[in-house]
Write a protein that binds this ligand. Sequence first.
Ligand SMILES: Cc1cc2nc3c(=O)[nH]c(=O)nc-3n(C[C@H](O)[C@H](O)[C@H](O)COP(=O)(O)OP(=O)(O)OC[C@H]3O[C@@H](n4cnc5c(N)ncnc54)[C@H](O)[C@@H]3O)c2cc1C
Length: 433
Amino acid sequence: MAWDFETDPEFQEKLDWVDRFVREECEPLDLAFPHLQFHPLTPERRAIIDPLKEEVRRQGMWATHLGPELGGQGFGQLKLALLNEILGRSLWASIVFGCQAPDTGNAEIIAHYGTEEQKERYLMPLLNGECFSTYSMTEPHAGADPTLFKCRAYKDGDQWVIDGWKYYSSNAKTSSFLIVMAVTDPEVSAYQGMSMFLVPSDTPGIEIVRNVGLYGEALNEGSHALIHYNEVRVPADALLGGEGQAFAIAQTRLGGGRIHHAMRTIAVAQKALDMMCERALSRTVSGGLLADKQFVQGYIADSYAQLIQFRLFVLYTAWEIDRYNDYKKVRKDIATAKVVMPTVLHDIAWRAMQVHGALGVSNEMPFMGMVHSAAVMGLADGPTEVHKVTIARQVLRNYKATDGMWPTEWIPGKVDAAKAKFAEILELEVGNL
Ligand SMILES: Cc1cc2nc3c(=O)[nH]c(=O)nc-3n(C[C@H](O)[C@H](O)[C@H](O)COP(=O)(O)OP(=O)(O)OC[C@H]3O[C@@H](n4cnc5c(N)ncnc54)[C@H](O)[C@@H]3O)c2cc1C
């Protein structure tokens, strides 16, 4: 009977080290170098970051998202979940540990679908933390429904020419290459008619028109690019995987990306709960501690209940991915984690903010950022509504329509069936009366 909620003591030691390291070394980076995680390192920053990466490597915790056959540590998703629920405390931590989104997902698809040359050229520098990458799929007029994409790639001699627009291509301004999804055969269904391309960022014709920022960032100083691919020419071997394979590749990538976001979100929600509890025990109102007020106790209890359910579900889903080694088989649960994530983070961060009063909504506390992150989690890698559709479809696969007029659980019908089952005994009992 294998059903175990314990972490190997050996791995727990590693996690304890990670916990200390993230608090002492990575969280200060968020404050000293905000919004610079995806910028090339200046000599000053390199002098700080490189030794930290070196220490992570020495501890055997570098790039743990890929298996050994793909150049990583081979931890699998469950261990990665236990790691990410610590790393998520700090934006710099995943850079220092070589497992930052969107590069993890990009590395994963190059590892799965790339040729040896492509792996050498793109995957190795990515795994070594020497560069950043961009996943360029969403378009200005369409995101949730990829069948509406228009960006084209057509053959011209032994080259592909990419022509069209992409939107919200994160980190394009600092990445070394982009993975671009484009329509290669408009005559067939979008599911067979799109392909992925590996495109170096300095290829002529790539025009970053605007860098869209998230709320609070200065206009045009964000990280999410609106890109015009203006007749961008790439060689035939820029194709990632086969022609027409983009949908299959996207599913591989987005499955991992979504669950990794969920793992990191546990850390942020836990941080909010920790802050809520500290404040509740520190602040006195109306003759007593906040911690003694039932409303606040309700906030704490509800937050703990949401967080523990979410955490166990994410760990379970990670375990399932390891078990089946196939994101498609775990689609329903990955979608469920994705759907639950924004609500859990929003609710806990919101309550923690409320308990902090005016300080909570100020720019001296991180709660508004957390609430904003919750909104982002409901959109990035697909909106909540679309994932709910996936869940419902997958759940419905286990059911079929009733044959008759009434539902299977219709009580009069079940009573008749029960009577028929016990007819002999019932008749005997009647006879004995
Ligand atoms: C911070 C951030 C980073 C991102 N990074 C990247 C990136 O690196 N690369 C990239 O390619 N994209 C990226 N995206 C884009 C993201 O994938 C899209 O925002 C997402 O797929 C939704 O597309 P859309 O914004 O065009 O919304 P739309 O497709 O216009 O949908 C708008 C709304 O309509 C509703 N809706 C949509 N479809 C349905 C449906 N079937 N049923 C019911 N309601 C529906 C939902 O409420 C949805 O939010 C990023 C987004 C964010 C916020």
